[in-house]
Structures are given as C-alpha cells and as structure tokens.
Design a protein around this ligand. Sequence first.
Ligand code: ADP
Length: 399
Amino acid sequence: MKVLVVNCGSSSLKYQILDMRDETILAKGLVERIGIEGSVLQHEKTGNGKISIEKTMKNHTEAISLVLEVLIDETNGVIKDMSEISAVGHRVLHGGEKFTGSHLITDDVEAGIDECCVLGPLHNPPNLMGIRACKQLMPNTPMVAVFDTAFHQTMPPVSYTYAIPHEYYEKYKVRRYGFHGTSFRYVSQRTLEFLGMKAEGSKLVICHLGNGSSMAAVKDGKCLDTTMGLTPLEGLAMGTRSGDIDPAIMKYVMEKENLNIGEMENILQKKSGVLGISGISSDFRDIENAANAGNERAHLALDVFAHREKKYIGAFAAEMNGLDALVFTAGIGENSASMRKSICENLEYLGIKIDDNKNNIRGKDAVVSADDSKVKVLVIPTNEELMIARDTVRISSSL
Ligand code: ADP
C-alpha cells in the first residue's frame, strides 16, 4: 500500500510517498513559491539524488498536479500511475476542540477544518487548499486529516484554561491547544518502545526543538500539558518567536515605538526569539558559531533558550509528580549536543545526569544519560510523516 503525505503552507508544499508494507520512503520533495514568480519543485527519489523543476505554478492544484506528474515519470517517478496511491494523508495545523484524533476527510470534516481557520489563520487555509487540490485531482482516493493539535486534547481544564474572563473560552474558545502533536505522539510511542516501558504509569517530558519549539508533559502515554497555547507563539523562546512574555510589554513597546497591533505581533512572531536576542540569525548553527567566537549576545540567546527549557522541565516534573525520561527531538534536539548539555546542566536534584560521551551523537535513537542517572535522557528523531502515513493506512483501510 502506497501513501502520499502532504503538508501545505501558504506558498509551499512538502510531500513524501511511502510504501507502507515496510514503511520506506520512496520519494519526497518540496514545492516552493506557489503563486509567486519563480516557483520550483525539488524532488528526490530515494537513492537517486535531487532534481529541480522550475515551472510556473499559480496555485496548489497546479503544484499537486506537477508532483503527481513527477511521481509517475519514467526516470524520476516511483509509481506507474496515480491509482497506485491508495490514500493521501494531510497535515492540518488546527483542529480546535472538534478533532481529538485523525479523520477521514468527508464534507463535514472539511467544514470543521474550515471552522478552525479563525484559530489557525496562517495554516488552516493553505492546508484546506491542499486537501481541495488533491480531491480535485484524485476524486476517488481516500483522504485523511491528521491534526497538530489532536494529541493535546487529553489535557485537563487545569492545563488548558487561561486565567482571563471565562466567557472568552465559552464564546471564542480561547484556551491552550498546543502544537507539534503528531511529533509528540510519534516520539512518546517510540520512547516507550525503545525503553521497553508500558504507557501506563510512564512520565515523559519531550522537547521538540526546531525552528518552532515546544515541550510536552506526557503521562500514561497522554498529553498532560504543553508549552504552546492558543497559537504557536507561547512557551519557549524560538528561532524568531518570543514565547512567554509579560503581555503588558506589548502596550509599553507599542507606545514607545509608535507601532500598531499588527506591527507588534509581527515583531513577536518574526523578529524575536534567539534572532531578536542575538541580532545574528534564527538558525542555531549560526548562533552557536558566533557564541564560540566570543559574541556575547549569541551566548545570551543560547542561555535564554536553555533556561526556558529548564524551567519547563521543572514545572512538568512537578505537575506529573516525577519523571522517567527526558527526550530531545527535531532539528536542534537531534543535532545539538551542546544545547542538550546546557539544558540538562544543574538538574541533578531531579535525577538528570547527562553522559558527555554518549551525548556526542546526532540524529539517531539513543540514551545519552549516565548509567546512574535516575531519569533517562534520550534523543529520538521525530518522524511526523510516518505517523501521518500510519494514521492514513489505519483509517483508510477500515473503509
Ligand atoms: P522545523 O521546525 O522547520 O521543522 P527543524 O526541526 O528542521 O525545523 O529544525 C531546524 C533548526 O534546527 C534549524 O533552524 C537549526 O537551528 C537547527 N539545527 C539543525 N542542525 C543543527 C546542528 N547541527 N546544530 C545546531 N542546530 C541545528
């Protein structure tokens, strides 16, 4: 059974086609600048290297159409015709309170995703465009929606309720939702499998540290709390996002700098985080290089980043009344041994002790804590596409 996984942004589209008999990736790629001059498709058939196709793509339908053309191409393709794609899995950012798991995309589900556009205005509309484009080109192929928020729907009210007038929750559904849920679900399951532990009674803290970063407390295999909120702006300091701040900062800076609310939000979304502190870059490799060369603000940016994780590790351990494993994943979590080390520093009282030698790895499943560390520290590379493909198989096979 071959499954196509699609992740649509406003002007981009990422895809993977997997053979689910052995869960291997047959091909993957990325379309960029959809609807903008200079649109381009980069495609990689496993084992064949990357190819680039420059072609005007006015919308997501034209982008998907080119992806399908490449997938059936004699040289670069991996299937004979479109009918070989048994189902399509779509990543959808926001499922609100409506979607607590993945769903076959029916007209009702599509309407539900549309309703959630107010909560995810930057992502849900392009996610829907991708769904509609695929439906148009593959009308008889089952489509499944996998939501970034769904894993967090097990959070209790005490975790998701903001201390603001309750009517805003009742009227507008203002609450913590959390994101990166598909990653947390994959990594928590893989961690338990890797450690040979049962979900019941387990207490995990997972750090998904990438361009966007968030953490989750996962107890009994279910999400208990997470750092992102109504939107992916809350929580950790990120590449360009501020994460937690005193909300009063907004009015203060807006008055001083004569900014309107849109300009202020743009600063918190795109000009803050480690980019804002360092003034150098949002990419941790650049900041680590600058810090190693003695740049003070680069140092401070890395320290603030690690400090916030440390705070939440303590908070989540307190909420769960203990901790079995601390897990690092995504670009920074999988690759930066120095960031893992600084986050774990001075957490001995919690039973966290990293082993410098074991920690000297990247991008593979591994325990990196000392043998006598009470809490296991792990690196588990995330695989959201595989999780989406597995859900797509499970749901479409039961039709
Ligand atoms: P996204 O959130 O876009 O999926 P990723 O999970 O791919 O992002 O993470 C990308 C980030 O990972 C980059 O911005 C970079 O800061 C960081 N990163 C990647 N490789 C390394 C590395 N070797 N050392 C430190 N940071 C890295």
